[in-house]
Design a protein around this ligand. Structure first.
Ligand code: UDP
Ligand code: MG
Length: 331
């Protein structure tokens, strides 16, 4: 379970129709540009709105810039996580706090054009759907590595988890209040929202957009975080790897039986059966396979352990809705 959402709100803010949730990690370079582009879009939306910025434990000047944004833009709320909890946990923290009838999640780096929010809102209200997925029509601005790894990821998840997910839908989407409530009620940790949302089964539509290059700064998704997202996705949605372990053991049994037959046969035929090279190769291969199977098992055990502990996946260091210290800290 994630940390409980605070209920207090500034009394003057009113009830927002649209909430924009923005996870941010070390985005000092892009933050002013982002605010400059987002604000006119929301001011022209024709609906009350709020922007919920989740500072995912930034170590640059993002918190300082955010304080300035807070002073200059009354619709903004800021929550700061005590440590870098990761993109998905940051979005979850924002979803727990968003109050709007419609909630859109958007990256801070302007790869998701803010202007698309207006089209999403129009589609959501006109088509009576609960989810509007932003679908990337053109990913040429992403690196070839990113495109290939992303393609492989979605293919694998479609096959492993039988999920009907588009490879071009990321985390830029608008969701109704019921959808957000359903997500917030999920008890699991490490949820990969782009996979969770389609499984909830709410009626949906799509809005196309062109994915722009990152406006400033660098990607906050190093290989380590991509691998961690992939592991969370696989273990969260499929037990197929556990079955692979079983198949590997069967394969090992067959190979061992064949080797045994060969050894006996060559002994009977008067040949030689000694040789350290073959012994080393067989030992190495099977030790590696055993470790792989143990690792797979470990991933699931770790996930079960985390689920049992029920610890929050993030801690709040600062919340602009609260004036006093939070959890004994003001950050
Ligand atoms: N992000 C975050 N926590 C992290 C990593 C990223 O909140 O640990 C935010 C980041 O600030 C951005 C969004 O998630 O708003 C997407 O990250 P990024 O653009 O770096 O990912 P990429 O587009 O390279 O996949
Ligand atoms: Mg990006």
């Amino acid at each position: 379970m994630t940390a409980p959402a605070p209920s207090s709100r500034p009394p003057t803010a009113g009830h927002p129709v649209v909430s924009v949730v923005v996870p941010m990690y070390n985005e000092e370079a892009v933050l002013p540009l982002f605010v400059e582009r987002l604000r006119p879009v929301l001011d022209d939306l024709g609906a009350g709105y709020e922007v919920v910025v989740v500072d995912d434990g930034s170590t640059d000047t993002t918190p300082v810039v955010l304080q300035r944004v807070l002073r200059e833009w009354p619709n903004v709320r800021v929550v700061r996580l005590r440590a870098n909890a990761g993109h998905q946990a940051a979005i979850s923290a924002g979803l727990q706090r968003a109050l709007g009838d419609w909630v859109v999640t958007i990256d801070a780096d302007l790869q998701d054009p803010p202007e698309t929010i207006a089209r999403m809102y129009a589609a959501a209200t006109a088509e009576h759907v609960d989810v509007v997925y932003g679908v990337r029509t053109d990913r040429t601005t992403d690196s070839a590595f990113k495109r290939h790894t992303a393609g492989a990821f979605y293919r694998m998840m479609r096959r492993l988890a039988k999920l009907d997910i588009s490879q071009d839908a990321g985390d830029f989407r608008m969701m109704s209040r019921s959808t957000v409530d359903a997500i917030n009620a999920l008890p699991e940790h490490n949820r990969v929202l782009r996979l969770v949302v389609p499984t909830l089964g709410f009626p949906s539509t799509t809005v196309d957009y062109k994915r722009d290059p990152r406006a400033a700064g660098e990607s906050k998704y190093p290989l380590r975080k991509m691998i961690s997202l992939t592991l969370d996705s696989v273990t969260g949605f499929s037990q197929a790897p556990l079955r692979f372990a079983t198949w590997f053991s069967l394969l090992g049994f067959v190979v061992a039986a064949l080797v045994l037959v060969y050894v006996v046969w060559s002994k009977l035929a008067g040949g030689t059966t000694s040789g350290w090279a073959s012994t080393v190769v067989i030992l190495a291969v099977f030790s590696a396979l055993q470790l792989l199977c143990l690792g797979i098992l470990g991933e699931y055990v770790g996930r079960t352990y985390a689920a049992l502990q029920q610890r929050p996946s993030y801690y709040i260091a600062y919340d602009s809705d609260h004036t006093g210290p939070l959890h004994g800290e003001t950050d």
